[in-house]
Ligand binder design. Structure first.
Ligand SMILES: CC(=O)SCCNC(=O)CCNC(=O)[C@H](O)C(C)(C)COP(=O)(O)OP(=O)(O)OC[C@H]1O[C@@H](n2cnc3c(N)ncnc32)[C@H](O)[C@@H]1OP(=O)(O)O
Ligand SMILES: O=C(O)CCC(=O)C(=O)O
Ligand SMILES: [Zn+2]
Length: 464
């Protein structure tokens, strides 16, 4: 792994340094010396600098990547998806406003309307580059280059499964048609990408050989596709890193989410030197889809918030997700990163206290950077007096800490029976406060408080 280093344990020390660098928000090896390094390795470290940059520091593209947004291609392969022209244009404009670098559209060979929609989106004059996605076949390529796209994404299966059961072609034929299609697209002066479908179940020698061939003839990007979602982060790292050493062109990854790895795999691909990541809004695509745009953005924001904020209009994310969710008739999942309805809701008393003091205690993403708001939920039995105190202050009530703790005990007692709404909690706090103010209530007088609450409820019912 490290050319200067034949001493295995040193790798461990280097890992520790890399972690320190990250903690400082640095990509490079600028961390302070590891306290144990000198003692443990003094004999070898005389000859080399253990803190010198490693190959992996230079490969890492976590803060240098482009998104190829494929909601209008992979996303159209989602079981529920039917996008009419108007919806496609709304999605394209929304994603463009968000700031994705590329939009990938369904093949114009798929249907007459697909071809017309592709042309219509090319004419919108968006900032994002427009790509279309075709089979590795001259018939498709001829149609694609006439649509006005900025580039063509070419794909063909290389695994034995697809060679035998999909297109029936061997590697020699695949290579020959790849060269023909790539040269043809290039001759039109537009970008071309060549991708192998089912890369992780393809023979490594076949893969590297075809990628090297297309790189030599000037393809702009090569793509690796985890078509069945079988890859894990380590496999992704190894394949991308190996490919990085073989081709000079950009590297795109397309990662399905069948085993829930798509975001982690995308992150790891960037660490290994990938330059472009395919996404779709909410991850929609064949089966359970691919790397979701929002989840990827959350993950990359956590790594480098300033870079991600500078590239994308993050406050647009919710609007785009809602647009696509509505178009394909699904709900945004409750646990969705950033936009899930509980993404910034804090509940347990211990969390609530710390969050109220400093949100970074329990938040890696700042809701305000996404145009969103944090919530502290208090009407439940896991609440604590610090959270209740914050609400008391918001309501402008004057209560001592001892009184707030007493009121909190009542909230918990009631919440043991059922969760209390914010209105329930507010009423209780107001009743408690007026009881204290008027002198009919003192700390610990449970019966008096129960009576005041009963009277309050009766008055509410009478006025309803
Ligand atoms: C993993 C992915 O998601 S890849 C992208 C998938 N996208 C699509 O399929 C786009 C939508 N598809 C379509 O509209 C149609 O399938 C079309 C227009 C592409 C082709 O339709 P048809 O000609 O009716 O063929 P059909 O879909 O039944 O079969 C696919 C054909 O493409 C061939 N083929 C499959 N993959 C490739 C490829 N990557 N490169 C070249 N040829 C291919 C198959 O051998 C088959 O050829 P055949 O007609 O000689 O049997
Ligand atoms: O073109 C590509 O890279 C990917 C095609 C695709 O959708 C897949 O293999 O899952
Ligand atoms: Zn796919």
């Amino acid at each position: 792994m490290c050319p200067q280093n034949g001493d295995a344990p040193l790798d461990g020390v280097q890992d520790a340094v890399a972690v320190e660098g990250k903690t400082d928000g640095l990509n490079g090896p600028n961390g302070t010396p590891h306290p144990h390094a000198a003692n443990r390795h003094s004999s070898t470290s005389q000859h080399r600098n253990p803190y010198a940059p490693r190959a992996s520091d230079f490969l890492n593209n976590v803060s240098n990547f482009k998104i190829i947004e494929s909601t209008l291609r992979e996303g159209e392969q989602f079981a529920n998806a039917f996008f009419d022209t108007e919806t496609k244009i709304a999605i394209a404009k929304g994603l463009d406003k968000f700031g994705v670098e590329y939009l990938e559209l369904t093949s114009p060979a798929a249907s007459e309307q697909s071809r017309r929609d592709c042309e219509a989106i090319c004419k919108l004059g968006l900032r994002a580059k427009i790509l279309t996605h075709i089979r590795c076949h001259m018939d498709d390529a001829r149609i694609a280059v006439e649509t006005g796209v900025d580039g063509v994404d070419v794909v063909i299966g290389t695994s034995s499964f697809l060679r035998e059961f999909s297109h029936g072609k061997d590697m020699a034929y695949i290579t020959k048609s790849a060269i023909e299609v790539i040269n043809f697209v290039k001759s039109k002066g537009i970008e071309v990408r060549f991708s192998t479908e089912d890369s992780f179940r393809s023979d490594l020698v076949d893969l590297l050989s075809i990628y090297q061939t297309v790189d030599k003839i000037g393809v702009n990007r090569v793509g690796i596709a985890d078509t069945v979602g079988c890859a894990n982060p380590r496999q992704v790292y190894e394949l991308v890193r190996t490919l990085r050493g073989v081709v000079a062109c950009d590297i795109e990854v397309h990662l399905h989410n069948d085993t829930g790895m798509a975001i982690a795999n995308a992150y790891t691909a960037l660490e290994a030197g990938a330059t472009h990541i395919d996404t779709s809004v909410l991850g929609i695509g064949e089966r359970v889809g691919i790397t979701p745009l929002g989840g990827l953005v959350a993950c990359l924001y956590a790594a480098n918030p300033e870079y991600v904020k500078s590239k994308y209009n993050l406050a647009m994310l919710r609007e785009i997700e809602n647009l696509v969710a509505e178009a394909v008739e699904v709900n945004v999942p409750f646990s969705n990163p950033i936009t899930g309805y509980v993404a910034f809701t804090h509940k347990a008393g211990i969390h609530a206290k710390a969050i109220l003091n400093n949100p970074s205690t329990y938040e890696i993403l700042r809701p305000e950077d996404f145009g969103l708001t944090r919530y502290v939920s208090i009407g439940h039995r896991l609440t604590g007096w610090n959270a209740v105190k914050s609400r008391v202050e918001q309501l402008g009530l004057q209560l001592t800490d001892e009184e707030i703790k007493d009121a909190t005990a009542k909230i918990k007692e009631l919440a043991d029976v059922r969760t209390q709404s914010m209105d329930d909690v507010d009423s209780l706090l107001r009743v408690y406060h007026s009881g204290i103010q008027s002198g009919v209530l003192e700390v610990g007088q449970k019966d008096a408080l129960d009576r005041l609450l009963r009277e309050h409820r009766a008055a509410q019912l009478a006025s309803a």
